[in-house]
Design a protein around this ligand. Structure first.
Ligand code: XIL
Length: 368
């Protein structure tokens, strides 16, 4: 355990940057494992000394949460701005970390100017120029690219694929076209499709798994360059059920296609907000442990990245739906507080989820 992760007492002692800096080398040397541990970060994390120290001492990989997406990079048609992603890459390099290339073709990050142009028969260079600019800039440092993100939506009624603006412009073939284009821009980068909603044994997620497997097999038949699947793994205590066998079989089916697997966006959406914090944190950790125990037993798994390291910078929110589930609470207008679905609290203390991650990755991981 000690070899894979910075010691817990060292993490607790991150009060000063000096302590963290002194431990960084030790942790950096110790954390080379497969699968590697990482987190999504925002460039603003580097304005926060204790948070960036924690990132430096715990992560072998960082993923830009926002900075590399199309809408962030090409705010104006034809002008590419990489300052945010550059800042993350510089931090990663200076701490001998990998950076994940997230994410190129995603319906959730289309620049405003591009939206009306994505019509049937649109010129591929609309998105292709951005893809190429992003890949070329970070080629060599970024070894894993999330080329296409979230292409699956069985509920849209078309061959399991999401009817996104990309689908509208180029048909379901856009996924393969994007992978081919990415391969032309990088020979060494490994090319991934990212997807969510694949863990639970309910009918909706069963259909999502089937649709993703169908897409993967079609890509294989067409000899499209596809190296792996990014399993987002946004867990949710409000949904379920989790059936280890169903999940194990699904991961094996992907591995049987010769694909690498990465958990790319692990977090846990909570349900029981009125419980004491210790109980909430335990529920989060126990649930993640069930999923990780299956995933980490799969030899094709290469990376476990959390979608944020600490609640201090978290995209998880307590939503109106959560309030509505507890009609007798917070009637005074008070808030149930933060969602606590990340490994470290807002004051950077490790939670049970962190202990699950360090123990499970150490147990299953191989030093390299
Ligand atoms: C999210 C960010 O975390 C948010 O801050 C942003 O507002 C929207 O995008 N799946 C993905 C991620 O692949 O890129 C998304 O990130 C979360 C869902």
């Amino acid at each position: 355990m000690e070899r894979a992760f910075v010691r817990r007492d060292v993490v607790r002692g991150l009060a000063t940057v000096a302590v963290a800096a002194a431990t960084a080398c030790r942790a950096g040397a110790a954390r080379r494992t497969v699968p590697s541990f990482g987190a999504a970060v925002r460039q603003t994390a580097f304005d926060d000394g204790p948070l960036s120290s924690l990132i430096a001492t715990t992560c072998a990989t960082v993923t830009p949460e926002l900075e590399l997406k199309w809408a962030a990079v090409e705010r104006q048609h034809g002008t590419f701005t990489f300052s945010g992603a550059d800042r993350i890459a510089a931090f990663a390099k200076s701490h001998a970390m990998a950076m994940r290339g997230h994410t190129l073709v995603w319906h959730g990050s289309i620049p405003d100017w591009a939206e009306p142009l994505l019509v049937p028969g649109a010129d591929w260079s609309l998105v292709g120029r951005y893809m190429e600019a992003a890949i070329r800039r970070f080629d060599g440092h970024v070894r894993r690219w999330d080329v296409v993100n979230e292409p699956i939506a069985p509920e849209d009624g078309f061959d399991g694929r999401r009817v996104s603006p990309f689908y509208a412009a180029w048909g379901s073939n856009y996924v393969f076209r994007a992978l081919e284009h990415a391969r032309a821009a990088t020979l060494r980068g490994r090319l991934f499709i990212g997807e969510y909603g694949l863990e639970y044994a309910n009918p909706l997620q069963a259909a999502r798994r089937d649709a993703l497997l169908a897409l993967v097999r079609e890509a294989r038949r067409a000899k499209v360059p596809l190296d792996g699947i990014g399993l987002q793994t946004h867990l949710d205590l409000r949904t379920g059920p989790f059936d280890p066998q169903v999940y194990r079989d699904f991961l094996q089916a992907l591995a049987d296609e010769g694909l690498a697997l990465c958990i790319t966006e692990l977090d846990v959406k909570e349900r029981d907000y009125p419980q004491p914090i210790e109980r909430r944190d335990q529920l989060v950790a126990d649930h993640a442990a069930r999923v990780l125990d299956v995933a980490l037993a799969q030899p094709a798994l290469e990376e476990v990245t959390c979608w944020g390291l600490s609640d201090r910078q978290s995209w998880l929110r307590v939503e109106p739906r959560d309030y509505a589930s507890f009609p007798n609470y917070w009637q005074d207008g008070s808030s149930p507080g933060l969602n606590r679905g990340l490994p470290f609290s807002a004051d950077l203390q490790p939670k049970p989820l962190w202990h699950v991650l360090e123990s499970r990755i150490s147990q299953h991981g191989k030093d390299i």
